[in-house]
Write a protein that binds this ligand. Structure first.
Ligand SMILES: [Fe+2]
Length: 170
């Protein structure tokens, strides 16, 4: 039995705030990709799906005059650091196992090289899965952050993924 489900996370107002900011449809797609890939690689599917869902919750909005400013973003972005911290705080608040919360936070921290000075980190299989799951859903020009999904459909997708995770953990 898990301490925290994806639905518990999804319904929390902090998750709603940040998942909607960086794209709820993208977050759910990455959670699904991470689940499938973790299952194939015999990595913990619950941890992978949670890290996938929350991986972009550290995003800040780098808008200037109503348009996304890529230069500002590239220079100043630390969304993996903020995301790791926010996800960890949220998970602990919801009652997540602290070891799991740390593992998820680290997978979020290392889900991209975009904020790092070099591209040479050695990732654990879980961290590699979350990075790959994110890249699989990426669209040119960051369009994946703007794909829409309505609340009810999003909730049903989360419930279905929770069921898959639970049946995988039996
Ligand atoms: Fe992403």
């Amino acid at each position: 039995m898990r301490d925290v489900t994806l639905l518990n996370i999804f319904e929390h107002h902090i998750a709603q705030k940040y998942l909607n900011r960086s794209g709820l449809a993208h977050a759910i797609a990455v959670a699904y990709h991470a689940f499938h890939s973790a299952k194939e690689s015999q990595v913990d599917v619950d941890i992978a799906a949670k890290a996938g869902l929350l991986h972009d919750m550290g995003h800040y909005t780098w808008y200037k005059n109503g348009k996304w400013d890529y230069d500002l973003y590239r220079q100043n972005d630390i969304h993996p650091i903020k995301g790791a911290e926010r996800a960890h705080k949220l998970l602990i608040r919801l009652g997540e196992n602290p070891i799991k919360a740390k593992t998820i936070a680290l997978a979020i921290l290392f889900h991209t090289d975009s904020f790092l000075p070099t591209n040479d980190i050695e990732r654990t299989p879980l961290q590699q899965i979350v990075k790959w799951a994110d890249e699989k859903d990426e669209e040119v020009g960051g369009e994946h952050h703007y794909r829409k999904i309505d609340y009810e459909r999003a909730k049903q997708s989360i419930i279905r993924l929770d069921e898959w995770i639970d049946s995988d953990l039996i």
